[in-house]
Design a protein around this ligand. Structure first.
Ligand SMILES: *Cc1c(COP(=O)(O)O)cnc(C)c1O
Length: 425
């Protein structure tokens, strides 16, 4: 009934529901149930917006209290107590301990709007128009962010020219032997290369949609030096890899670099509420009031849950230490899985709590995803050909549910590797 109401009314543009065609109704932590009470383990985590699981209890309680007390619910950028308390928690627990001194810009609620703001700011600050973007990068669907996104299918939806960007090779794009930093340096420094010096380079340190490609510490440091020496701003899109997913709050912490601009969204509210920010150096605080504007730039409900998320998980290093253990556990578990299906799995990708398995054939990956869904596991794919099975469990998942999820994934691989037996059963 619910399904026909939705399919009868909704535009064909809807996408995730096609991979997971059930009407969902309840969820808690890493588990989600449909309207008929069927249960799945959730390795999708709202496409990265639910790092802290569904309906995390502390955040839910704070939100319920906030709403029932008639606190401010609107989202304009008026000053509110909720905003002040979020900024206080964010500054004290996230920025200051890491030695970061950024101004916080609240943008529209989507990640792509925050990317737009970051690109505008870089162009305003440098007076240059080009943005250096990277192969396999993903930054969102509005025109400026889409121009910086690699995926040709998404680009094909634009309907206008996607201009003012220059594609650059990510680390390892041409294979391990080719030093892509040397290529970038040459393109920037040769006055006859045809590449204009960009206002900024925009990148993910772990390419979430592009196939879990990881930039190494050495490469990131080299890129930061190269940009700094030429007055090119460094923008890290930490929308997906940030908020704990890499194993630390920011994905670039391990490399010890300080980007000029950082974009955060997806899991920032800790509750799946839309909330996006741009962090920019004080020197870049050149905006005129309202020059990047929007009605929903102050989601108070998201401020409340974001504050509780930060206070609960990031006030000390216990959570980060647990993440480090979980990341190692997942790598070991994936190695075991890969060893069992050498004909289907060609390698492992990713870092931290965003790891994955590369399938030798995208059709196999699609079949494994479908088989996993039948077995009660929701898992997404990524990569240029959707060939990578992407493990995106909530960071807060218990070992027991994590193991249950991996067992289901392994069973799904077995279903696909021996289809005749499965069909017979
Ligand atoms: C999801 C994502 C975006 C876009 O965010 P939306 O909220 O979907 O607009 C941008 N960059 C990265 C790295 C993302 O993962």
């Amino acid at each position: 009934m619910f399904e026909s109401v939705i399919t009868g009314a909704e535009s064909s543009v809807a996408s995730y529901c096609r991979s997971f065609p059930r009407v969902f109704d309840h969820a808690k932590g890493a588990e989600i149930w449909d309207a008929e009470g069927n249960r799945w383990i959730d390795f999708l985590s709202g496409a990265g917006a639910l790092n802290y699981g569904h309906n995390p209890e502390q955040m839910k309680q704070a939100l319920l209290e906030y709403i029932s007390d008639d606190r401010i619910g609107m989202s304009l950028d008026l000053w509110t107590v909720a905003k002040a308390q979020f900024l206080n928690a964010f500054t004290q627990n996230i920025l200051e301990p890491r030695g970061l001194d950024y101004a916080v810009q609240f943008t529209g609620p989507t990640g792509t709007n925050a990317v737009e703001a970051a690109l505008k700011l870089a162009r305003l600050a440098t007076g240059r128009s080009t943005i250096g973007r990277f192969t396999n990068g993903f930054h969102g669907m509005t025109l400026g962010a889409l121009a910086a996104t690699g995926n040709s299918f998404h680009r094909s939806g634009a309907g206008v020219g996607l201009s003012d960007t220059q594609v650059l090779p990510f680390e390892g794009y041409f294979g391990e032997e080719i030093d892509t930093l040397a290529i970038i340096e040459r393109l920037f420094d040769d006055p006859s290369s045809g590449v204009d010096l960009p206002a900024a380079v925009l990148l993910e340190t772990i390419q979430g949609e592009g196939g879990l490609n990881v930039a190494s510490t050495e490469w990131l440091q080299g890129l930061a030096r190269l940009c700094h020496a030429r007055g090119v701003l460094l923008i890290i899109d930490d929308i997906q890899a940030g908020c704990g997913r890499s194993g630390r709050f920011f994905s670039f912490e391990e490399a010890g670099i300080v980007p000029d601009i950082v974009v955060l969204s997806k899991s920032l509210s800790g509750f799946g509420q839309p909330l996006s920010i741009v962090l920019h150096s004080r020197a870049l605080d050149i905006w005129k009031p309202g020059q990047h504007n929007g009605t929903f730039r102050g989601n108070c409900l998201a401020f409340v849950t974001a504050r509780v998320m930060i206070e609960t998980y990031w006030a000390d290093d216990r959570f980060q230490k647990a993440l480090a253990r979980d990341a190692i556990w997942q790598t070991n578990r994936l190695q075991r899985l890969a060893a069992k299906f050498p004909d289907m799995v060609t390698g492992l990708k990713g870092r931290g709590l965003m790891q994955g398995v590369v399938c030798h054939d995208p059709n196999v990956a699609a079949a494994v995803g479908a088989a996993a869904f039948k077995r009660g596991l929701i898992i997404e794919r990524c990569g240029p050909f959707d060939e990578v099975m992407k493990i995106f469990a909530p960071l807060t998942i218990s070992r027991r549910l994590l193991e249950e999820g991996f067992t289901r994934l392994e069973d799904a691989f077995r279903d696909v590797s021996t289809p005749s037996r499965h069909v017979a059963a």
